[in-house]
Structure formats: structure tokens, C-alpha cells
Design a protein around this ligand. Sequence first.
Ligand code: HEC
Length: 99
Amino acid sequence: MIVSVLALTGCGQGADQDDQGETQEQASSPDQIYKNNCSSCHGQNLEGSVGPSLEEVGAQYSKKDIELIIQNGRGQMPAQNQVSKEQRATLAEWLAEKK
Ligand code: HEC
């Protein structure tokens, strides 16, 4: 008897907490950040296109180097200012492991 009453009241709340949608704007997984910002030039799978392949970028560059390239651009690559500081760190860490 008591159990069913609790179950009923518990059910009324919480159910209509709308998904808040705010996390959609800023992708936070590295492969998503990559696809949104880099894949047009470096290929869907890091294979390269306008820009060089990044498949083994970690063998050549540290996380810090890659963060600086994203932030400042290099040669033909424009600075990627739309990528936030957090996204840059996440992405650079992921890329630095590609070797
Ligand atoms: C508009 C095209 C373009 C976009 C967008 C772009 N890049 Fe590049 N990227 C290039 C080009 C071109 C180069 C070669 C630059 C040079 O050395 O002259 C390059 C070079 C690099 C290098 C150095 C690679 C090497 O072997 O020397 C890294 C690392 C890199 N890009 C990472 C990124 C990341 C991460 C993103 C997304 C945040 C990104 N790039 C977005 C065009 C682009």
C-alpha cells in the first residue's frame, strides 16, 4: 500500500524535464569537433585533402604544437578561431595520439 503511493508521486515529477538542448551547440567529443572544423580540409578520416593527412600527426607534433596550429593557423591553414579553448585542448590531445 505505502509502496504504491510513493511510486505514484515519484512518477509525477521529473518526467517533464525537457531535454535542455544546450549541449548540442558545442560538440565536445574530439571526433565530432574534428568533423565540424577540420574534415573539410583534412578529410573525413584524417586522410588529407586540401590540407595534409593527419593520420600520423602525433608522431610529428605534441599536443601543445597542435593546439598552437589550431589557434594560429599555419601556412595555407587559417586560424581556427571558432574552436573554443576547451575544444582545442580536447582535439589536440586526440590528434597527438595519432601515430
Ligand atoms: C581551410 C582548410 C583547413 C582547415 C579548415 C583546417 N586545416 Fe589544418 N592545415 C591546412 C593546410 C593547407 C595545412 C598545411 C599548412 C602548411 O604547412 O602550409 C594544414 C596543416 C595542419 C597541421 C600540420 C600538419 C603537418 O603535417 O604539418 C595540423 C596539425 C592541422 N592542420 C590541424 C588542423 C586541425 C586540428 C583543424 C581543425 C580544428 C584544421 N587543421 C583545420 C588546412 C586546413
